[in-house]
Every structure is written in structure tokens, then in C-alpha cells.
Design a protein around this ligand. Structure first.
Ligand SMILES: Cc1ncc(COP(=O)(O)O)c(C=O)c1O
Length: 371
């Protein structure tokens, strides 16, 4: 049996008719840039996450960059984040001349909030928790409190967590802004790149709208230096259709996570993510099902030989481990340990029961015959 890490053609095929109608409809109207489909998607996205505003941009890297720009992060400022993230988080900070300051991660693979206060200096202007793998970081309340008390801007990299909740509150809504990615493999993905910033702050939302469109507001007057970071109207129309399917897809991801947890929990060589039903305060959406495994490299090789695509997140390195970036000065023992053991199993709504059983049994076989 073959199990792909993500199956783009299969996902397309399931709703091919609807997608083709949407594409034809947008193209025949000739509505490509900043049109009503984008406006509608922004309204529906804001409604879904419960914020007043959502602003569509080209991708989540731009969402992060524009959020930091609009929050006045500048040369010499420090921004606290984690190294177990896509390079984009640090990239956005770096491109404004600011410095990414990494704190270590906790057991849930997210920012260890207990380490944040010690990393704050007089230059700290923002904190970016990364809500990784579809889970909001533990002690989010404490982080919100630290940011408020120390007058530091809180911006979430919620690229991987659209729909995730902690105590009923959605990822991306805990601070000034949340940033989402609609990269094809994301929880809500389009057929290319797209992203969004969400916020309740009217002035901030207007700044993002201007920054994404060459510093222009609704007319042609250029009110500030900006860029071209617009979300294509076509992507917005596709995403607006897919947004309606998202709750069903998230439920299916949670079902799959439960099946993995049930099937793998007795293998003592593995550490699994919390199961969906483990803690009623969290609604995890499993962008990734990232486990920690003894004999990780051998296991990955075995899975590949059996036709199962398991993947190491970010190619198996944290941002601090890419030497060309020069960010490797801080000791991050838990992050380093994780990168020796972490791997992601296939996780997408279209996975079948048969495929899941096959993956579970193949992992069991591996540890049975190697120990
Ligand atoms: C945690 C995280 N941050 C940022 C990004 C960047 O998103 P995009 O590819 O839409 O720019 C990603 C995408 O992989 C991500 O996973």
C-alpha cells in the first residue's frame, strides 16, 4: 500500500466540479485584484475566527512581515519567538532589521512560556508564539498576561492553527494580530499561495490594508510606503468555498489523531501528541501529527520502504540550526532534543481507515522486530 504525506490531486478531485465552476465564474467576470470575492472571504474569515477584521495577503510570510511593520517593529528591536518554526517567522523579524530571540519549547512542541520573562530586555518589542501543529501553546493566558504587563506587542504565528481553540478562544485572537497561511497543504489551503492577518484593532487593520497595496487606501492617494502583498481574488473565491468545508475537515483530522493515539499509545518508544479528548480546554486541529520516536531515522527509512511518506518538519532542523542564518547562539536543549526524534505521519481528511491501520501496524512491526 502507498500512503502519500499529502494528496493534492485527490483533494482536488473530490470537489473538482465546484472548483472549476468558481474558477470559470471569477475568470469570466475578469475579477482578479481586490474584488468582491476577497471582501467576502475576509468577512467570512473574520466571522469564523471571531475578530472584527481579516485582511487577505499573498502568504503568511507577508502577513507576519506586515503585522510587525504595522506594529512599528524596527531596526534594533528584539522579538521573542521559537526556533521550532518555519524560517518565515524569523525571516519577517530579520527583514525589518530586528533580532529574533529564541526561547526553548515545552513538552507540547510549542513555546515554553515559563522561559519568556527571562528573555525580555529593554529592546524587546514583540513576542510571537507559533501555534504549531494545530495546537495553541500551553499557558497562553500567562503569555497574554506577560505581554500586557510588560507592554510588549503579542502577535501570533497561527499559520498552522486555523480553527484551533483554547478555552473556546480561537488561535490568532489572543494578541494584537494573528497570521494565517493558506499554502496548499495547510488546514485551509488554496491552489497556490495566500495568507491573512486577523485583528480587532481598526487602525491596525487599515494599516495592513494600506501596506499590502503600495501604501494606498481605497483611492489612488499613497499614504505611506507599502508593498504589493495582495491576496489574489481567485484564491479568495476558492478559499471562501473551502472555508465552509473546514469544520468538517477539522473534525476528521481529530478523528484520525484519535485513531493514531489509540493504535500507537502502547509503544513505549514513542511520545505522541495529546489526543483530542485528553483536555477539554483545548480544541486541537492537527495541522500535523508530529510524534517523537526512538530510532527515528531507522523508523522513517522503514516507513518509506513500506510505501508510507513520513516527513521531518522543516527538513529536520530548527531555524537556529541553519548555520548560514547566524542564529545559533542560544542554547535550546529541548528544541535540539526534539529535532533528533521528531517526525510527522500523514495527516489529512482524505486518509482512509485502511491507510491509518496500515501506518499503525507498520510502526508496530518496526519496533517489534527491532527490540
Ligand atoms: C509556522 C509557520 N509560519 C509561517 C509559515 C509561512 O507561511 P507561507 O508559506 O504562507 O508564507 C508557515 C508555512 O509553512 C508555517 O508553517
Amino acid at each position: 500500500m502507498k500512503v502519500k504525506f499529502f494528496d493534492y490531486p485527490l483533494q482536488f478531485k473530490i470537489h473538482e466540479k465546484e472548483y472549476m465552476e468558481i474558477i470559470k465564474n471569477v475568470l469570466s467576470r475578469g475579477h482578479y485584484i481586490l474584488c468582491e470575492d476577497l471582501k467576502r472571504f475576509e468577512e467570512n474569515l473574520a466571522h469564523y475566527v471571531g475578530t472584527t477584521y481579516a485582511v487577505g495577503v499573498g502568504n503568511c510570510t507577508e502577513a507576519l512581515l506586515l503585522s510587525l511593520l504595522a506594529a512599528d517593529i524596527r531596526l534594533g528591536d528584539e522579538v521573542i519567538t521559537v526556533a521550532h518554526t518555519f524560517v518565515a517567522t524569523a525571516e519577517a523579524i530579520k527583514f525589518l532589521g530586528a533580532k529574533p530571540v529564541f526561547v526553548d519549547i515545552a513538552e507540547d512542541h510549542n513555546m515554553n512560556v515559563d522561559l519568556v520573562e527571562a528573555a525580555i530586555t529593554e529592546k524587546t518589542k514583540a513576542i510571537i508564539p507559533v501555534q504549531l501543529n494545530g495546537r495553541i501553546c500551553s499557558k497562553m493566558d500567562k503569555l497574554v498576561d506577560i505581554a500586557k504587563r510588560r507592554n510588549i506587542t503579542l502577535i501570533e504565528d497561527s499559520a498552522q492553527s486555523l480553527g484551533a481553540k483554547y478555552r473556546g478562544k480561537m488561535a490568532g485572537t489572543f494578541g494584537l494580530a494573528g497570521n494565517f497561511s493558506f499554502y496548499p497543504a495547510k488546514l485551509l489551503g488554496t491552489f497556490g499561495d495566500a495568507g491573512a492577518v486577523i485583528t480587532n484593532d481598526e487602525e491596525f487593520a487599515e494599516k495592513i490594508r494600506m501596506l499590502r497595496n503600495h501604501g494606498r487606501g481605497s483611492g489612488t492617494e499613497v499614504g505611506m510606503w507599502g508593498l504589493n502583498c495582495r491576496m489574489d481574488n481567485l484564491h479568495a473565491a476558492i478559499l471562501d468555498f473551502k472555508l465552509k468545508l473546514l469544520p468538517k475537515w477539522l473534525d476528521r483530522r481529530r478523528e484520525i489523531a484519535s485513531l493514531y493515539n489509540d493504535g500507537l499509545s502502547e509503544i513505549r518508544f514513542l511520545r505522541l501528541p495529546p489526543a483530542p479528548e485528553d483536555d477539554s480546554e483545548y480544541y486541537d486541529v492537527y495541522q500535523n501529527y508530529e510524534i517523537e520516536a526512538e530510532q527515528r531515522d531507522e523508523l522513517v527509512e522503514f516507513l518509506h520502504r513500506q510505501g508510507i511518506e513520513a516527513v521531518l518538519q522543516w527538513g529536520g532542523k530548527g531555524v537556529h540550526q541553519f548555520t548560514a542564518l547566524g542564529c545559533g547562539t542560544t542554547a535550546l536543549p529541548r528544541t535540539d532534543e526534539l529535532f533528533k526524534k521528531a517526525l510527522m505521519l500523514p495527516m489529512y481528511p482524505e486518509l482512509t481507515q485502511k491507510q491509518i491501520t496500515y501506518i499503525v501496524e507498520t510502526i508496530r512491526d518496526f519496533y517489534h522486530s527491532n527490540n
